[in-house]
Write a protein that binds this ligand. Structure first.
Ligand code: SF4
Length: 347
């Protein structure tokens, strides 16, 4: 049977037929004081609870060594160090216990410097993401997707020459079609794992739209092993969007599927506010349930029939349904807890 390339990132393995993993990137500098580190560790735990599998940090200075070592040791999910230009920082991050480093070999400089990094990653069982962005490639006459794919293949063969196979490739552009074409082309020529993302994709609406169009088509062809929905916004939202995309494509099972009404002139219950108040908590539940939040008695009961748990409101009276059956009426103030209790008790 043919062996496919896989990559091992801490306790996670990616590659053909293995689960597609969701990543995000920490949005601030690595803190140095104990309280802030503990708080960051709690946040990593919360990200993990809503479906984040891998977290990337920028590692811009060896002054972060102590904190990053502590984080690598204590994090519940694998951590990645993002390195630009300085190979010594890559060696440093590996020594800290990073589970993966992300480099663009073309930005590191002399070839021997990259060799040092690859050898150290090999000795320490650390994965390397070869991260190529359309803005940082060697010059060439080919179209951008061809240039991106060919450059990645050259780097992979260089790394293989050093006996290193624990590689992941990312080919990112802010242009959706370039990202799509580059990844499709690469996947037709190599089975090395791919990390997918549209870079600098903008705010929530534009990023989710662009990323879903590019990544959804790739993933539905079986291309892509990890992904990030890059949003100029909360990293929690990035994770939520990534998980939702995988669930929509049937690539991730479990978790709450939320159905909620968009609201119209008939609504007499603030389904939008209610959803905002409860969504984050529901995202942490791994039970395979559909929860419907409906704004009126017109569509509410009908939608409740198809949901495991549903609420619909008339003014301050909230009706709770389980498996399509009305089980109780509660006041608005009790509704949130009533839904969470029903979720907790659901089989
Ligand atoms: Fe309008 Fe009711 Fe449908 Fe919500 S559930 S969109 S309020 S008809």
């Amino acid at each position: 049977m043919r062996e496919y390339h896989t990559a091992t990132i801490g306790d996670k393995k990616i590659g053909k037929d293995l689960p597609v993993l969701v990543q995000t990137m920490y949005d601030s500098a690595i803190p140095h004081d104990n309280d802030a580190l503990q708080e960051l560790l709690r946040r990593i735990g919360s990200l993990n609870a809503i479906g984040c599998d891998i977290l990337r940090f920028s590692y811009p200075t060896s002054g972060d060594r102590k904190s990053f070592t502590w984080l690598c040791k204590n994090s519940p999910i694998p951590l990645v160090a993002d390195i630009h230009f300085d190979y010594k920082l890559a060696l440093d991050a590996i020594a800290c216990g990073a589970h993966k480093i992300r480099i663009n070999p073309g930005n590191i400089g002399a070839r021997w410097k990259v060799d040092e990094v690859v050898k150290s990653a090999k000795d320490n069982n650390v994965a390397i993401r070869i991260g190529l962005n359309s803005g940082s490639l060697p010059k060439g006459d080919e179209s951008m997707p061809i240039l991106m794919s060919n450059t990645a293949l050259e780097y992979l063969s260089w790394f293989e020459g050093l006996g290193f196979y624990n590689s992941v490739v990312s080919l990112k552009a802010s242009d959706v079609e370039t990202t799509y074409e580059a990844n499709k082309l690469f996947a037709s020529q190599s089975d090395y794992p791919l990390h997918l993302g549209v870079t600098e994709a903008g705010s929530v609406v534009s990023s989710v739209t662009r990323s879903t169009w590019a990544l959804g088509r790739l993933l539905s062809m079986g291309i892509g092993n990890t992904l990030r929905i890059s949003i100029t916004g909360d990293i929690e939202t990035e994770v939520q969007a990534g998980v939702e995309l995988l669930r929509t494509l049937g690539l991730r099972k479990g978790g709450i599927r939320i159905v909620s009404c968009p609201r119209c002139g008939r609504h007499s219950f603030d389904s939008q506010g209610f959803l905002q108040s409860i969504e984050k908590e529901l995202l942490t539940v791994q039970k395979d349930l559909t929860v419907a939040i409906m704004g009126c008695q017109v569509n509410g009961p009908g939608e409740a029939k198809n949901a495991d748990i549903a609420i619909t409101g008339i003014g301050r009276d909230i009706f709770l349904y389980e498996k399509g059956t009305l089980v109780r009426k509660v006041g608005l103030a009790e509704a949130r807890e009533a839904v969470l209790e029903a979720v907790r008790n659901a089989e």
